[in-house]
Design a binder for this molecule. Structure first.
Ligand code: 0RA
Length: 647
């Protein structure tokens, strides 16, 4: 090898520095964003590397610790990052992996590479975006260690002790000058670890939060699943009533593509398919989900026809999936991700592979379990019948709207602007708060629609009943969206004529109010999911307190703010003159107060509703609304101590 092909230590350093500088200059290009989502991405980048070790058969446990200062430690018992000298760069492979952009791929890791989405950008990105990182490797009988600041090594890799085990320990502290907040969310981290435990049968994952805990012990949970995807489906359906005793499990392999599927039918009317490629969620589905759906339709259709069960109905492909909960997980060597958020699998060969695997096993299952087969197909027939009734009800509603001119609900106080991008609609709990909001709003771009009482319990109601419900019809017509059905009987939400780009739910800041928010969100989640996915749904945050002293006053949204305000107002010692007003309902504010605290775009707090964790949202919805009482009670009891309980 000629000398010029061998960069000197200094040259490789410059290369690494330039790479890491690029990451620090444009972090969003590497980790998606610098908000909370991007922050959490750092953790997944490290954990994904440990998961790769598990997929390669070398790792059985991964431990995650959130430190008091929001540092994160991820420990695994994998092979450990190699520490030997990198041939070309003439320094420890550990340093190369930690400091050279995309160096991970240079070592043949012999596992599924995750080439799409934001995963797999490399642990060096985490390093670049941390003001402190410490890598510890147990390998070849020793403990090796190197520390970094903003991606730059503080000193060369060195051995700091002996070790009989192998593995990697990464501790990093995110750079506060890069992220809008470095506060890690326990639930977000725990939920993903739980998911990973289902997706990787037998792998043990633990999470420990040193910031919180009780009795001197930090908060901690362990996730390990012996049942894998079947257990995952059972977990998702915890609060629903299953149709058959156990989930149906499918596993197979073809052309280096591994397929695992678990499915269960329940007595509800909703379809929930969660899909993964190489352990990463594909929120928009893709070829693997298409293959799965094809197989389900094909097999159930054949079974129904062979047994003469479709006498009066012609089920659509959606009817075959009513009440279906499934997890579709594939491992693909070279996945191609498509779509706006890269959440859709594109590899066309996967469709046929999944369809054949699922078809084979589901076909046998139906033949061998005729009682289960009959239960499922009877449910399909019911779905098809209900869909016909729902279509009639919808058509009635739509015809009526044409007859009444504008078609807009009488209760809607519309805004002047007709440009959806600048228009907002407030869905307000109760007629009286609705009245106040009407007086307080800026009519030019804010519309108000009061919702009376509790809207229909959408989890329990039959679909055609939902379209007959006055409040729900009003929401459809006010928003300008409609459900359309194609010749295959597939329904989509048409949002081309959406009239407002902000749909804001405004309820009292008490327990009843938060139940109504959940109820309305359930409705959006089930029937207008694209509006949630595309970020059109918001929740208004009315203040909890008004603190007054003489002519001075301050609104407070949290307990901490209240304490601060009271402290500030009582500095001169005249405590008695400070008045604390607890706002329980919107009705306690006048129009001006409601405007300045909750509706004025310059001062209000709006929470954008995301389906970041559609999975968890769905579970909570059905838990609070469904008819299985025990999980609901458990949920309420578990959350009671955190809830804002009114006394
Ligand atoms: C490069 C090559 C090998 C393993 C790893 C990196 C590795 C990275 C991380 C990050 C966290 N935990 C990790 N564990 C391993 C292959 C090692 C070999 O062939 O022995």
């Amino acid at each position: 090898m000629s000398k010029s092909n061998t960069p000197s230590y200094e040259a490789s350093n410059i290369q690494a520095l330039e790479g890491l500088e690029a990451v620090r200059m444009r972090p969003a290009m590497y980790i998606g964003s610098t908000d909370s989502k991007g922050l959490h991405h750092l953790v997944w980048e490290v954990v994904d590397n440990s998961i790769d070790e598990h997929l390669a058969g070398n790792c059985t446990q991964i431990d995650l610790i959130i430190r008091k200062d929001n540092s994160i430690t991820v420990t695994d018992d994998g092979r450990g990052i190699p520490v030997g000298e990198h041939e070309k760069l003439k320094k420890s492979a550990l340093e190369v992996v930690m400091t050279v952009l995309h160096a991970g791929g240079k070592f043949d890791k012999d596992t599924y590479k995750v080439s799409g989405g934001l995963h797999g950008v490399g642990i060096s990105c985490v390093n670049a975006l941390s003001d402190y990182l410490r890598a510890e490797v147990h390998r070849e009988g020793k403990i090796w260690m190197q520390e970094y600041s903003k991606g730059i090594p503080v000193e060369p890799v060195r051995a700091i002790g002996e070790s009989k085990t192998t593995g990697t320990v990464i501790t990093f502290h995110p750079d506060e000058s890069i992220f809008s907040s470095i506060e890690f969310k326990y639930e977000a981290l725990a939920n993903r670890l739980r998911e990973l435990s289902f997706l990787n049968m037998g792998l043990k994952l633990t999470i420990t939060d040193e910031r919180h805990g009780s009795g001197g012990e930090p908060k901690s949970e362990t996730f390990v699943s012996e049942g894998g995807l079947a257990e995952f489906v059972a977990y998702l359906d915890e609060s629903r009533t299953p149709l058959i005793e156990k989930p149906i499990f499918v596993s197979g392999k073809e052309d280096h593509v591994e397929v695992e599927v678990a499915l269960q039918y329940n007595t509800s009317y909703s379809e929930n398919i969660y899909s993964f490629v190489n352990n990463i969620t594909t929120k928009e589905g893709g070829t693997h989900v298409n293959g799965f759906k094809m197989a389900v339709s094909r097999l159930l259709k054949k079974y129904g026809e062979d047994n003469n069960l479709f006498k009066k109905v012609k089920p659509s492909s959606e009817d075959f999936r009513e009440g279906l909960t499934a997890v579709v997980s594939v491992k693909v060597p070279d996945p191609q991700f498509k779509g706006q958020t890269k959440g859709e699998l594109g590899n066309s060969e996967v469709t046929g592979i999944v369809s054949r695997c699922v078809g084979d096993i589901l076909g046998h299952y139906l033949e061998e379990n005729p009682r289960d087969a009959k239960k499922i197909v009877e449910k399909v027939v019911l779905a098809a019948t209900a869909r016909q009734a729902a279509r009639k009800a919808r058509e009635m509603v739509q015809r009526k709207n044409v007859l009444t001119g504008s078609g807009l609900p009488g209760k809607l106080a519309d805004c002047a602007s007709k440009d959806p991008a600048e228009c907002e609609i407030y869905l307000v709990e109760g007629d009286s708060a609705g009245g106040t909001a009407k007086q307080g709003r800026d009519r030019s771009f804010q519309a108000i629609m009061p919702l009376r009482g509790k809207i229909l319990n959408v989890e329990k109601a039959l679909e055609h009943k939902i379209y007959e419900n006055e409040e729900i019809k009003n929401i459809f017509t006010a928003l300008g969206v409609s459900i359309e059905e194609n010749n295959e009987g597939e329904r989509t939400l048409n949002i081309n004529k959406l009239r407002y780009h902000k749909v804001i739910i405004m309820c009292d800041a008490d327990v009843d109010g938060s139940h109504i928010v959940t109820l309305i969100l359930t409705f959006f989640f089930r029937f207008m999911r694209p509006l949630v996915e595309q970020g059109f749904i918001y929740i208004a945050a009315p203040p909890l307190y008004l603190i007054k002293k003489g002519r001075e006053f301050q609104y407070c949204w949290t307990e901490d703010e209240r304490k601060d305000a009271v402290a500030r107002f009582t500095k001169d010692g005249k405590e008695s003159s400070v008045k604390i007003q607890r706002y329980k309902g919107l009705g306690e504010m006048n129009a001006e107060q409601l405007w300045e605290t909750t509706m004025d775009p310059d001062t209000r707090f709006l929470k954008k509703v995301s389906i970041e964790d559609a999975l968890e949202a769905d579970r909570i919805f059905s838990m609070l609304m469904g008819d299985e009482v025990p999980p609901r009670r458990a949920f309420i009891e578990k959350n009671a101590k955190y809830a804002n309980v009114d006394v």
